[in-house]
Design a protein around this ligand. Structure first.
Ligand SMILES: Cc1cc2nc3c(=O)[nH]c(=O)nc-3n(C[C@H](O)[C@H](O)[C@H](O)COP(=O)(O)OP(=O)(O)OC[C@H]3O[C@@H](n4cnc5c(N)ncnc54)[C@H](O)[C@@H]3O)c2cc1C
Length: 324
């Protein structure tokens, strides 16, 4: 059974998470006995596409054109479905990020496929097709069985590893035959945050909540993030109150992240917050309330006032950095 991976690019570049998806599909193809075809949509150079064959893609399809300039879910899902059909791929894999969540259900409808969203591992079995996934906002793991012939899977970020498996570079242009009349939406403007490390890319995230009391207290949070080379994040009320931008809000209704290290300063740890951060490898919580639910999810906890703890952590991080 061959597998199609849809990969998005960011200004013509793939991220580590894209290579993770190809590695995942290759490992799955070894179980299903098929090949991996990758579909890239948008303007990506030949050199960048070549990177994908390092991780086990037998064929790289590239769909380009003005129609793909803005992310129109209907156009993208139509292109992905057409590629799956022409390449006879019965399993379609994509990221469980905002793009994947918008496109995957549409692809599933087009291909009459069962959908597993947020898979966290390779299938437990191929016949029947069973995959482990996050359920109850990441509070538990479930096993989902897909009985349809076609299957669509979105993979939770950082659930798999990068596995190099170099194959000869085989590149084809893919034309899904979609005309401009199919574009139903028009992109009016784009606001880009360019001067910061993106949350979804960061290995370390320094996050803070309402316990910070006011936006002007964020200085030490920024400083710790800067020393550690980390991204900054926040709880939802913080961004709702305008203390921080919405691009930093993590949780059920915000970004879902899975960094190696997550600091939570003055965050209670409500279930909706944990839904976005509980896949972090290590969680460090700093809170005055020993009963705060965040301590139930944390690997390390400091019961203390962040006004005292934060400067000490900044100093410790600085002297550690100076010593290495
Ligand atoms: C449908 C829905 C979706 C939601 N989605 C999200 C989401 O995506 N993300 C999200 O974060 N929330 C979300 N929420 C809100 C969520 O339920 C919580 O209200 C929110 O996470 C609480 O934010 P907080 O922990 O920053 O604030 P609080 O709950 O006010 O907690 C502040 C914490 O700071 C501690 N503290 C206070 N002072 C100090 C100090 N000096 N030093 C150390 N600690 C201190 C307190 O002990 C407390 O634990 C959602 C809610 C709903 C209903």
């Amino acid at each position: 059974m061959s597998i199609l991976v849809y990969l998005e690019n960011w200004d013509g570049k793939f991220k580590k998470s894209s290579f993770e998806l190809v590695s995942y599909a290759k490992a799955m193809a070894e179980k299903t006995g098929g090949d991996v075809t990758v579909l890239s949509i948008g303007d990506v150079s030949e050199t960048e596409l070549q990177e994908l064959s390092k991780y086990g893609a037998s064929k790289i399809l590239s769909a380009k054109g003005d129609i793909y300039k803005s992310l129109d879910n209907a156009v993208y899902s139509k292109t992905i479905s057409a590629a799956a059909q022409t390449q006879d791929c019965k399993i379609i894999v994509m990221a469980n990020n905002n793009t994947g969540k918008g496109i995957a259900p549409r692809v599933a409808v087009r291909l009459k496929a069962g959908l597993v969203s947020g898979a966290t591992a390779l299938p437990l079995s191929i016949e029947p097709f069973q995959v482990q996934k996050n359920v109850f906002s990441g509070k538990a793991q479930g096993v989902q069985q897909v009985n349809t012939r076609n299957k669509v899977i979105t993979l939770a970020q950082n659930s798999f590893m990068l596995m190099e498996n170099e194959l000869p570079f085989a590149h084809e242009v893919f034309d899904a035959g979609i005309g401009a009349e199919e574009l139903k939406t028009e992109l009016m403007s784009v606001d880009k945050v360019t001067d910061k490390l993106l949350l979804s890319d960061a290995d370390i995230v320094v996050s803070a909540g309402r316990g910070m009391k006011a936006p002007e207290n964020w200085g030490p949070v920024e400083e710790l993030a800067q020393v550690l080379g980390a991204a900054t994040a926040c709880s939802r009320p913080v961004s709702d109150e305008g203390w921080r931008g919405h691009e930093e809000h993590v949780g059920q209704t915000g970004k879902v992240i899975a960094p190696n290290l997550y600091f939570a300063f003055g965050i209670s740890g409500a279930i909706q917050h944990l839904a976005g951060v509980s896949s972090s490898k290590v969680i460090v919580a700093i809170n005055t309330d020993a009963e705060a639910p965040i301590f139930g999810a944390a690997d390390y906890g400091i019961i203390g006032d962040l006004k005292e703890v934060l400067p000490k952590l900044v100093e410790a991080a600085k002297s550690f950095k100076a010593s290495v």
